[in-house]
Design a binder for this molecule. Structure first.
Ligand SMILES: Nc1ncnc2c1ncn2[C@@H]1O[C@H](COP(=O)(O)OP(=O)(O)OP(=O)(O)O)[C@@H](O)[C@H]1O
Length: 358
């Protein structure tokens, strides 16, 4: 472990090449690269010829339970050998440089692994010392990190009395305490309620924006990654389904979403609007099956004419126009289309995962 050095943080934040010769932290480098990476267990292929490049920023690794996410992280940390193929983390080959990678990378494991009888401070200081920080720096970094994850007030209480959310924050703190260049967070929102999940996602975002640390975060909840990540990698049955920027996943479609008010004359404004559109030969779908769609009507935009027609019909019917906008794709739709192509494979798991999304 290189000695604790605050200047390193400043250099990283200003985007200058780090003091480690083969590692750079400028914006256009590949942080993680895999090439035809496979991992076979006796009864299951956990990773199947996975090739991808991941740059700096916050990257979501999404897949249903058993998709191979944790297996990939263990290989990237140099803790488990691949059966075939190769991988690099921060420019270092995982097969040859596991210890050097683990010096530079923080890891938040999926499962509860915290000792119940010690306080967050004692545990995180211990992990900082294990990473090579001198005693004073370990204590200072522990206090800073626990404050960052929102556990400062509770830091002297035994971990055994913590809630699930607090335990997740301790795991996050120990992954950050040695000032890594990259962190792997395995299912950090597991077991959290919606508020706790939002807070955790906010923290994860700030790991990158406040400290310049790149993040690989796994989840089986598709929707939450849409808001948090710059880039999303989707794997299924150990195979790469898709790797793109979040904006590519959520690009606009040609589908227009229209929502109108009800009036005394038209107590069901949506229905009146649908009938008026159908009478003009416009094919309209009911969007109520889509996440958050409510009373939305969906129709295909055919240039400016469609907008003009909607405006005129709303005025003729005396309705209010609540919303008229082009729909964006939801990440969960990647899974829906995969279901159509491959109706049998992991069908149920994917539907469960997609059900949380959007
Ligand atoms: N040590 C092991 N021995 C045998 N099979 C394993 C081992 N580790 C993982 N597997 C299998 O490999 C597949 C991928 O598991 P992995 O834990 O990587 O999935 P995951 O996407 O992280 O899902 P989860 O979040 O449920 O852990 C699963 O079928 C799992 O049962």
């Amino acid at each position: 472990m290189p000695p604790y050095d605050r200047r390193r943080i400043r250099r990283r934040l200003s985007g200058v090449t780090s003091h480690v010769a083969c590692v750079t932290t400028v914006d256009d480098v590949t942080v993680i690269a895999t090439e035809s990476l496979s991992k076979r267990f006796p009864r299951v292929t956990a990773l199947d010829r996975l090739s991808m490049d991941i740059g700096p920023g916050v990257t979501g690794l999404v897949g249903a339970n058993g998709a191979g996410k944790s297996t990939l992280i263990k290989i990237l940390l140099g803790l488990s050998p691949a059966s075939e193929g190769r991988a690099e983390v921060l420019g270092l080959d995982v097969a040859a440089h596991g210890p050097a990678i683990r010096e530079r990378v923080g890891y938040m494991p999926e499962h509860d692994c915290l000792p119940p009888d010690v306080s967050a401070t004692e545990f995180v200081v211990h992990m900082a010392r294990m990473s090579g920080l001198p005693p004073a720096a370990a204590r200072e970094r522990t206090a800073d990190t626990l404050r960052h994850v929102g556990l400062y007030e509770e830091r002297y209480r035994p971990i055994g009395g913590y809630s699930t959310g607090m335990k997740q924050r301790v795991k996050l703190a120990q992954a950050l305490v040695h000032d890594p260049q990259l962190v792997f967070l395995d299912e950090p929102t597991n077991g959290l309620d919606p508020v706790g999940r939002d807070e955790m996602l906010g923290l994860i975002r700030r790991i990158h924006t406040d400290f310049g640390i790149s993040v690989l975060v796994t989840s089986h909840l598709l929707g939450e990654l849409e808001r948090t990540c710059d880039h999303v990698v989707v794997i299924d049955g150990g195979k790469l389904l898709r790797s793109s920027s979040t904006t590519d996943f959520t690009q606009t479609t040609t589908t227009l979403a229209v929502e109108v008010t009800d009036t005394d004359e038209h107590p069901d404004g949506t229905r009146a609007m649908r009938e008026a559109l159908l009478a003009r030969g416009v094919d309209v779908q009911d969007g109520s099956g889509l996440p958050g769609a409510g009373h939305t009507l969906l129709l295909t935009a055919d240039g400016e004419d469609t907008y003009d027609l909607i405006r005129d019909l709303v005025a003729d019917l005396g309705l209010g126009l609540v919303r008229m906008e082009q729909r964006r794709h939801h990440i969960s739709e990647v899974f829906t289309s995969a279901d159509r192509q491959d109706g049998t494979h992991h069908d149920q798991q994917r539907k469960e995962a997609a059900g949380h999304g959007g």
